[in-house]
Design a protein around this ligand. Structure first.
Ligand SMILES: *Cc1c(COP(=O)(O)O)cnc(C)c1O
Length: 397
């Protein structure tokens, strides 16, 4: 059993804050500061360039990949960490497309995160006018999986509503039509159990600064099924994905398996922070996380619906079809979220009218949820959001 009292004590949350935004940026684990300081002093400071070997910096991308892999049902040696999620989306879609020569359609849905759509669109434009990014409603995806489609690119958990796509069924349908799949796990990794190997997924990508608590700008990860990783061509053919980076050959030869999805020099300081954050995940069981997350989201929905008329649930009501976040529609959502933040309840706002709350059992418990509901109810009932200063849009919402 995961000891949630113990995990909660491992985070350094500010006094008076109920943090319901760990789905966007995970909070700081207590141990990270010390560990990063130690890395700076003892490794970078003392070892200088020898740290790549002595401190094992060069092995961080695959070592971290395996630790994340455990949370997403990936085979050992099938995940590597690096770059940002947008870059990893590009890398995965480019490799996936090449596995289906002759097909020119990438299928996605309009619930996907815009950056994924932008990256795919940018790639397809570089490839030429015959290529097409086909974007359909989330409910229509299955009906559009045909033998015309090269790649199915989906985000498993919708960033706005929290709706979960059926990874197993859609992957099966894709394969039956010769379609290669790319799953984005940005709102899945650390949020819900994922079974990449069990679903026979081809490619997957995700980020580590949301549920995994790696810190702002923490690197992304990419998964390639072991049955494919020895044959895919990395479109971002950087030297650290080369079979022998330190041979300095002028010709590119892809590295063994997942190593080929590495690109350039890993961000060691950021990976050290992530590595320390992952120690907490080593104490957690995804089945426990999921069970607790469902309890918390059910409690929140029931509480808000009982006390906040005017807020409309924008997430699936069935907890099995919902990730670890809950969204409500409210016309003055932006101002309401600013008022909430002023009272210490931190969630976020997604245009045009969604207020979004992430539930992260590692450090959020039932008392937090109860208090958050009370504060939200007060803000709605007494129109506390109706102040000019809460209506000024900031750069990050
Ligand atoms: C958070 C998120 C991103 C962000 O990409 P970055 O390159 O890390 O900024 C991309 N896609 C999805 C689905 C996300 O949820």
């Amino acid at each position: 059993m995961t000891d949630f009292t113990r995990t909660k004590a491992m985070f350094d949350l500010p006094e008076g804050v109920i943090y319901l935004d760990g789905n966007s940026l995970g909070p700081l684990p207590r141990a990270v500061g010390t560990r990063v300081q130690e890395m700076l002093n003892d490794e970078w400071g003392q070892m200088l360039i020898t740290g790549w070997n002595k401190a094992g910096w060069m092995g961080l991308p695959t070592g971290l990949g395996d630790r994340i892999g455990r949370l997403i049902g990936a085979e050992p040696g099938s995940v590597v960490v690096g770059d940002t999620l947008s870059i990893k989306v590009y890398q995965a879609v480019a490799s996936a497309l090449e596995m289906n020569p002759g097909r020119k359609v990438v299928l996605s849905d309009n619930g996907n995160f815009p950056s994924d759509l932008y990256m795919a669109d940018g790639l397809l434009r570089s490839l030429g006018p015959d290529y097409e990014l086909r974007v359909v409603d989330p409910e229509e995806v299955a009906a559009h999986i045909t033998e015309e489609v090269a790649v199915l690119m989906l985000t498993e958990v919708d960033y706005r509503s929290g709706r979960i796509h059926d990874m197993k069924a859609l992957t099966e349908l894709a394969h039956a039509n010769g379609v290669v799949t790319v799953w984005d796990l940005a709102h899945s990794a650390g949020a819900i159990p994922v079974y990449l190997a069990g679903c026979n997924a081809d490619f997957a990508v995700g980020c580590t600064y949301k549920y995994l608590n790696g810190g702002p700008g923490a690197p992304a990860f990419i998964y390639v099924a072991p049955r494919l990783s020895g044959q895919v061509r990395p479109a971002l053919s950087g030297w650290l994905g080369h079979e022998a980076p330190f041979a300095f050959d002028l010709d590119y030869r892809p590295g063994a398996g997942i190593e080929r999805m590495r690109v350039g020099t890993p961000p060691v300081i950021q990976m050290t922070a992530l590595s320390s954050a992952m120690d907490i995940w080593d104490m957690a069981d995804m089945a426990d996380i999921r069970a607790r997350s469902i309890e918390l989201t059910e409690q929140f929905i029931a509480g808000v619906e009982a006390t906040c008329p005017g807020l409309e649930l924008a997430s699936p009501r069935d907890p099995l079809r919902r990730g670890s976040q809950v969204s409500f529609r409210f016309r003055e959502g932006y101002a309401a979220m600013q008022a909430l933040i002023a009272r210490g309840v931190i969630g976020d706002f997604r245009a045009p009218d969604i207020i979004r709350f992430g539930f992260t059992p590692l450090y959020i418990d039932k008392d937090d949820v109860e208090q958050a509901v009370e504060i939200l109810a007060d803000i709605i009932a007494n129109r506390l959001w109706d102040k000019p200063e809460y209506k000024i849009r900031q750069r990050v919402t």
